[in-house]
Design a protein. Sequence first.
Length: 250
Amino acid sequence: MDESSSFANLQTSHLIGSVPVRQSSNMHIFPPLQENNNNAKGYQSLDTPTGSEQQPSNNWKGLFNVYSYTHYFDVDTDVVVNRLMSSLYPTNGDFFNKIDANPDMYGLVWICTTLVFVLSSLGNCATYLVKKRTDSEGAPWVFDVNYINLAASVIYGYAIIVPMAADLLRFWCLWGYSLFIFIPTSLPLLIPVEFLRWVIILLAGSASSCFVALNLRSYLEGSNDVTVVMAVAFGLQMVFSIFIKLWFFP
C-alpha cells in the first residue's frame, strides 16, 4: 500500500504546519543539486522553473548552503504520520517503497531531537526515583545536565554515521524513523521494576531492529551480502537499545 492511499481517512490537513507535499525527482540525490544558472538564487530542485536550459549538476558546494536542504523537509503531515506508523509495524518490510519518490530528513531530525530531550529528562526522573527509594539519608538530588550532551552525541552520531551507504538519503530516512519507537517506550521505563524495564526495552529494541533488518532485506534482495548486512544492522539496533537502558535507566 503506498502513501497516497494509506491512512486516507486520517484528516490532518487542518493541523498547523500541514502543507501539501511537493515530490521532486531529485529527492534521493545527495549532496544537494547546484543550479548552474547564474541568475538563480541558492540551490534549486530539478523541477524548479528557471530561465536557463542547462540541467543542474550534483555538486558538493551545495552542502554548505542551507537552501539546498529545503526540499528534503518538504513533506506533508499525512506522509510523516504514515511513516511513523510503518515503523511500529516492522514485519511489513515495504518502507523503501513508501519513501521511494520522497525520502525526507524531517523525520530524522525531528525524531532524534525529540528522543534526545525525552531520554535526558526521563533519565533524570529515573535517577530521582531510584535515589528517593534507596537513599535514607535525604541527600539532595542534582539534575544531571550531562545527560543532554551524551544523548545528543550518541543519538545524532548513531543515526547519521551508521547508515552511511551509497543510497545515503534513503538510509538516513530509514534509520531516523526506526528510532521513533523509543520515544513512547521511554515513559514506561520510569517504572521502578528492573525486570519490567528490561522486558520493555528488549521488546522496543527487537521491533526497531526488525524494522531495519527486514527493510534492508527487501532493498538488498539478490545481494550476496544481504544476510551479513541484516545481522549487523539488527545487532547495532539492539546494542543501541541496551545502551539506552543501561545509561539512562540504570
